[in-house]
Design a protein around this ligand. Structure first.
Ligand code: 13P
Length: 123
């Protein structure tokens, strides 16, 4: 199973907490991340991650391309709904390709919990 993990800056603490909680199940997966999110996860949980570029430098698009190539099984993208992002078009493209390819996408912790429970059986 290949899971993409992405978090905007205000949500990175929550992402590290989420990954820590589900570390055993996520350790069985290949984790694909954007740049800074992946560094935080690797440094603070010890899990191995396949880091792409930082979001504002094309990381969302790289993960979107993986989704288009059927290489991602689920996405947890903790989005900041309160802060404008310079790379909003890239974010929209990533969300859209999830819908195009019918890939499970969680954009907050509550739905992330359901995603890992549904895909990985982790509660
Ligand atoms: O900007 C992001 C997603 O849109 C996340 O990128 P970073 O993980 O590099 O902060």
């Amino acid at each position: 199973m290949r899971i993409a993990l992405i978090a905007h800056d205000e949500l990175k603490d929550e992402m590290v907490e989420f990954v820590t909680k589900h570390a055993a199940a996520l350790d069985e997966c290949e984790l694909v991340t954007t740049g800074t999110t992946g560094k935080r996860i690797a440094d603070e949980t010890g899990l191995a991650v396949n880091r792409q570029s930082s979001g504002p430098y094309g990381g969302d698009l790289q993960i979107g391309a993986m989704i288009a190539n059927d290489a991602i099984d689920g996405v947890v993208f903790l989005r900041d709904p309160l802060t404008a992002q310079a790379h909003e078009p890239d974010i929209s493209a990533l969300l859209r390709v999830c819908d195009v390819k019918d890939i499970p996408l969680a954009t907050n912790v509550a739905s992330g919990e359901l995603l890992v429970e549904g895909l990985l059986g982790s509660t």
